[in-house]
Write a protein that binds this ligand. Structure first.
Ligand code: ZN
Length: 414
C-alpha cells in the first residue's frame, strides 16, 4: 500500500499497538516545505495526515512518520520574527533562572533552539546557554550573531560532546519541538543523561486539551508528531526515571503548557497543579475515545462551513487574500482544498517565506505591502493566534471596506 513504509504501528511513548485514527486530514504535503515559485510544477512529497490515540498511555499522535531529514534540514520558521515571541522567551529565561537562584552561572541547553532566541535570553539573565539545532541555516545564523549553537540532532553523540565540553546541564529546555520528535524515547533517555541530578527539564508545548476544546485542529501537521497531555507525558517520564513537578499555563499558540520535570526523587517538591491537570484530563474524558471522535466530527463540520463561506464570497465576485503563512495555514488550505482560485495571495512578513508558494495548493506568498497595494475584499487570517496584533496593524484597510475572516475556533467575519 502507498505510504505504508511511513505508517506507525506502535505508540511512540509506550510501544502499545495503535488502532484507527479519529481524525483524517488526507494525504498532505509538508507544511513547512514551501516550494519556490520556479519549482511550482515539481511534484511534492505527500503523506497521510491523520491522528490516533494510544489505548494504553493515551498519547495522541500521527499515524505516519515522515523521515526527519525531509522536514528539518532547511527550516523557514524563525522565532525572532514577532515581538510576542521575543517578550515570551525573555520571560521564559527569567522563569528558568529564578528556579536556579542558588547557582552562580547555571548551564542551560536548549533543544531545537531555532535562531537562538531563547539561548540569547539565557545569556542575558546570567546563565550559560548552548543551543542544539539541526537546521543548517538557523544554526549558522545564530552562531553568526554570537549565540552558541551546535548544528546537530539531539542524539547520544551530541549529549556526550556537550557533557565533555561543558558538564551536565542545570536546565534543559525544549519548546514546541518536543512534540516534533519522532523517536521521543531516545530523547527522553538523552535528556536524563545530560541532566544534572539537581537540574530540571522544561518543555513547552501546545496543550492537547486546548486543541480539543478550542478546535485548533490546524496545529496538526507532519512535523507535529505528538499532541501532548499531562497524563501521557507523565507516563513517558516515569518510564525513563523522571517525574513532573510543576506546570505553568502560557498563552502562545493559543494555550500552551510549560511543564517542569526532574529526575525521579529529585530535590523539587511536586506542586498540586500537576495532580489537578491529571484529574481534569480524566474528568474531561481525555482517557476515553468519545472526546476524540466528537473532535473529528467537528473538524469535518468546520471544513463544510469555511468552504460554504468562501463559496458565497466568491459567488458575489469578491476577492480573498490570506494573512500569515505558518504551518497551520497549510493544514487548513490543503484540508479545505483552497487554491489560488479562492485565495489570490497570502502575505507574510518573514522574508524567508516570500516568493514561495503554499505547499500543495501553490498559493503565492508575498510581502505584507502587497495588501496595501492590491487590497482584496476579504482577508482570511491564517495566523489567527495573532489575530489581534494583525487586525490592529491592518486596521486602516477596514476604512477601504476590507473585511477580516478569522477561521478558528469557528469561521467568522469581523
Ligand atoms: Zn502509548
Amino acid at each position: 500500500m502507498e505510504y505504508e513504509q511511513y505508517r506507525r504501528k506502535t505508540c511512540r511513548y509506550c510501544d502499545a499497538l495503535l488502532g484507527n485514527p479519529f481524525l483524517d486530514l488526507g494525504a498532505q504535503p509538508l507544511a513547512n516545505n514551501l516550494p519556490r515559485r520556479e519549482d511550482a510544477d515539481k511534484p511534492e512529497f505527500h503523506c497521510p495526515l491523520a491522528v490516533v490515540k494510544c489505548p494504553k498511555c493515551h498519547l495522541v499522535q500521527l499515524t505516519h512518520s515522515v523521515p526527519a531529514h525531509l522536514m528539518f534540514d532547511e527550516y523557514l520558521y524563525v522565532s525572532s520574527t514577532t515581538q510576542t515571541f521575543r517578550t515570551h522567551f525573555a520571560e521564559y529565561a527569567a522563569d528558568v533562572r529564578s528556579r536556579l537562584a542558588e547557582k552562580e552561572k547555571p548551564f542551560a541547553v536548549d533543544i531545537g533552539s531555532n535562531d537562538g532566541l531563547l539561548v540569547s535570553c539565557y545569556d542575558k539573565v546570567g546563565m550559560r546557554g548552548v543551543g542544539v539545532e539541526p537546521a543548517k541555516n538557523l544554526a549558522a545564523d545564530a552562531n553568526k550573531r554570537g549565540v552558541m549553537t551546535l548544528n546537530r540532532y539531539f542524539g547520544e553523540d551530541t549529549v556526550g560532546e556537550i557533557v565533555a565540553q561543558y558538564g551536565k546541564a542545570d536546565a534543559i529546555s525544549a519548546n514546541n519541538v518536543f512534540a516534533h520528535i519522532d523517536d521521543i524515547q531516545s530523547v527522553a533517555r538523552n535528556v536524563r543523561e545530560l541532566l544534572a541530578d539537581d537540574g530540571f527539564f522544561v518543555i513547552e508545548f501546545a496543550y492537547l486539551v486546548t486543541m480539543l476544546e478550542q478546535m485548533f485542529f490546524d496545529m496538526v501537521y507532519h512535523e507535529h508528531v505528538c499532541y501532548i497531555g499531562v497524563t501521557a507525558l507523565g507516563f513517558l517520564m516515569e518510564r525513563f526515571g523522571m517525574e513532573l513537578f510543576d506546570i505553568t499555563e502560557v498563552g502562545t499558540h493559543g494555550g500552551s503548557l510549560r511543564v517542569f520535570i526532574q529526575k525521579k526523587g529529585g530535590p523539587r517538591k511536586r506542586t498540586s497543579i500537576v495532580d489537578r491537570f491529571l484529574r481534569e484530563e480524566k474528568e474531561k474524558g481525555c482517557l476515553s475515545d468519545k472526546v476524540y471522535q466528537d473532535f473529528g466530527g467537528r473538524v469535518m463540520a468546520f471544513k463544510e462551513k469555511l468552504n460554504r463561506m468562501i463559496r458565497e464570497i466568491k459567488s458575489q465576485g469578491k476577492t480573498i487574500s490570506g494573512y500569515g503563512a505558518p504551518a497551520k495555514a497549510s493544514t487548513i488550505i490543503n484540508f479545505c482544498g483552497l487554491t489560488p482560485q479562492e485565495i489570490d495571495y497570502i502575505v507574510d512578513d518573514n522574508p524567508l517565506k516570500q516568493d514561495r508558494l503554499v505547499p500543495g495548493r501553490k498559493i503565492p506568498i508575498v510581502p505584507s505591502a502587497s495588501l496595501n497595494e492590491h487590497p482584496t475584499d476579504y482577508v482570511l487570517i491564517f495566523a489567527w493566534n495573532f489575530a489581534r496584533e494583525i487586525i490592529a496593524k491592518i486596521e486602516p484597510l477596514r476604512e477601504r471596506g476590507v473585511k477580516f475572516i478569522i477561521p478558528l475556533p469557528e469561521p467568522v467575519t469581523v
